[in-house]
Structure formats: structure tokens, C-alpha cells
Design a protein around this ligand. Sequence first.
Ligand code: 5GP
Length: 176
Amino acid sequence: MSEVRPTVLIDEATIAAKVAELAAQIDRDYAGVDELILVGVLKGAFIFLADLSRKLTIPRAVDFIALSTYANSTTTGAVRMIMDLRRNIEGKHVLVVEDIVDTGHTLAYLMKNLATRQPASLACCALVRKAERTEVEVPLRYLGFDIPNVWVVGYGLDWAERFRTLPYIGVVTPEA
Ligand code: 5GP
């Protein structure tokens, strides 16, 4: 069995600076709002959400949702909800916090689903996006980084449940 070792794509300091920048923008945009509900998409967004939410100064609350994408099915983009929000978001300001946008199908499904619950506002903040893979355009009000079409791990992202707790975003390449 070959060893898999991630190589650094975005280092820890670069991520921290970007998270602080995004938090400052969100603070500005939602200044005066009574409460912003941050919806973390499990599992991958848990570290990004933890860091981002602690950088914010506006009143905020955290909730989670879990989705599954049938990545290997021939009908690409089939998304299923595994765990729903605890809270009713009707009339609330909601910001979806997503780790990665690949084809866009997962986020498109989620935004459509949440919109039916009539939040006061609904927007998305994604840490990374594979721009060249886009199949469905979903407006991202906040984006950390555009990355090439590679499989990334770390900072919440996994490869078969491995590497989620790496402090950086890396690329997995099987060693010769
Ligand atoms: P979508 O294609 O619907 O935008 O993304 C589907 C899901 O695939 C993402 O939410 C994420 O869980 C997973 N995914 C896509 N690309 C990567 C990647 O490079 N690394 C990891 N860990 N997950 C990815």
C-alpha cells in the first residue's frame, strides 16, 4: 500500500490572515443586526466555523447541518440531508459557512432548501472554491481562496476521514 502525504497548498498563517479578513468584512456587513446565525456544513466546515466565529464581534449564534453528496453516482449532484438545523431560521439573518465548493451542487441544494424557510437574509461564506469545476453557479458573498482542481485536505477537510486536523490545507499525492 502506498503512503499518502499531503503537501502544503495554503499554510496556517495565510489561512489565519484570510479568516481575520473575512471576519472583518462580515462584521462590517452585518453591523447593527440583532443576531447572525452561522450555519456550519458538517463535517468539513467545523474548524473554519470555529475560527471564523471566534473572530467575529457582532452578536452571533452557531448551528450545524450535515449533507451527503453521492460523489460516485452517475447522477452527479444528488444531495441528501443527514442532519437538519436545531433552530427555526424564519426572519433570521443566516450565513452558511462552507469549507469547499467544488461543482456547486451541494451548496445550490442547501441554499435552495434554506431559502424556503424564509430567513431575513441568506448568504454564503466559503473557504475554498475550485472555480474550474463549477457546474452550478452559487453566489458566494465571501470567499477565502480559489484553488486548482486538486483534492485538498486539512483544516477540516478529509481524505477518507484522514487529515481533517492538519493545521494547513494540503494536497494529497500518493507517493511512488
Ligand atoms: P460539490 O461538488 O457539491 O460542490 O461538493 C461536494 C462535496 O465534495 C464538498 O462539500 C466536499 O465535501 C467534497 N469535496 C469536493 N472537493 C473536495 C476536496 O478537494 N477535498 C475534500 N476533502 N472534499 C472535497
